[in-house]
Design a protein around this ligand. Structure first.
Ligand code: 13P
Ligand code: SF4
Length: 325
């Protein structure tokens, strides 16, 4: 008999919140002393979210990074996110607690391969999901995030032939929403494609009446089973509006902490995969509070970038920030 992992269930948090740990207090003191802004993605662990100045999705974090006045930005997320901060705010020092925190999606689209595709078909208009390297951004026409992809794609001139990179799942979702045909790069997020319809069916059966929200990086078969498909930030607002008591969250597990904090009174179920019930992104979870403390103290690891590439990458990123308003 096959035994499947069970979903993790998170009841509402007790009122009052958890007190700060000594390490969190040390990080907060260092942050002030070093004139730093700490930005954290929704997938970071609870102790890092607890000391961040802003916690959000890729789009919100890009805006916050662009506006940062502090001399240092500590980016608690993955490499392409920290690069984005450097591209839009180059005079700031941008630190990433663990330089090895990459992204399978970003890795699936090397800049040389994209350059070759563009050379083979110069009519292409490249729409790049923000989960890509600075080198890929530098040769793209416009950037999108999961929070604004449809809005941005609908502004691409109708006579242009779109190549969407690197996430085929997000691309297919946007194409369906906008009715815009596009070529899709064959990349995906190793974590989100592990959610399966079978695992969702079992989880729904165990939680009658529960709603399902899924990230667009999930496969089409999983997205079709969801009551809502959206970015991590939009999940917070959508969950607030629902009358259902229990909501199944089909994305990385860190999202649960933000939801429990901001949507009190509801039970969140972290959708399991067929193989595990954790759904951690191994890259996001490379950052730890100790590494945040160490990078603030040491001023490294720092994101450094060739200025010519940065200037080229800023053009499609600024276009996105402008079109997204
Ligand atoms: P969001 O922009 O929706 O937070 O997604 C980022 C990401 O990497 C999802 O895997
Ligand atoms: Fe990349 Fe997937 Fe991790 Fe997001 S969850 S950072 S897309 S590997």
């Amino acid at each position: 008999m096959i035994t499947y992992p069970s979903a993790s269930i998170f009841p509402p948090l007790p009122v009052g919140g958890t007190p700060l740990s000594d390490l969190q207090k040390e990080v907060i003191a260092l942050k002030k002393a070093k004139d730093a802004l700490i930005l954290a993605h929704n997938y970071q662990c609870e102790d890092i979210q607890g000391i961040a100045d802003f916690v959000g999705d890729s789009l919100g974090l890009a805006y916050k990074a662009a506006e940062a006045k502090q001399s240092t930005i500590v980016f608690c997320g993955v490499h392409f996110m920290a690069e984005t901060a450097k591209i839009v705010n180059p005079t700031r020092r941008v630190l990433l607690p663990d330089m090895a925190a990459g992204c399978s999606l970003a890795d699936s689209c090397p800049a040389e391969k994209l350059a070759a595709a563009k050379a083979a078909d110069p009519s292409l208009y490249v729409v790049a999901y923000i989960n890509c390297s600075a080198a890929v951004k530098a040769i793209s026409d416009v950037i999108v995030t999961s929070g604004n992809a449809s809005k941005i794609v609908s502004r691409v001139p109708a006579d242009r032939n779109i190549l969407f990179v690197p996430d085929q799942n997000l691309g297919r979702w946007v194409s369906g929403k906008t009715g815009r045909a596009m070529q899709l790069w064959p990349g995906n997020c190793y974590a989100h494609v592990q959610f399966t319809p079978g695992a969702l069916i079992r989880t729904k059966a165990a939680h009658p009446g529960a709603l399902v929200v899924a990230h667009p990086e999930c496969t089409e078969a999983v997205r079709e089973m969801a009551d809502m498909v959206c970015s991590t930030e939009l999940m917070v607002g959508w969950c607030k509006q629902q009358t259902a008591q229990t909501i199944i969250i089909t994305t990385e597990s860190g999202m649960i902490h933000r939801l429990r904090k901001e949507v009190p009174g509801k039970t969140f179920v972290s959708a399991p995969t067929d193989r595990c019930s954790c759904n951690d992104c191994k890259f996001m979870k490379m950052n730890t509070l100790t590494k945040v403390r160490d990078c603030l103290r040491d001023g490294s690891p720092e994101i450094l970038m060739d200025e010519k590439m940065r200037v080229a990458a800023e053009i499609p990123l600024r276009r996105m920030l402008e079109w997204s308003k």
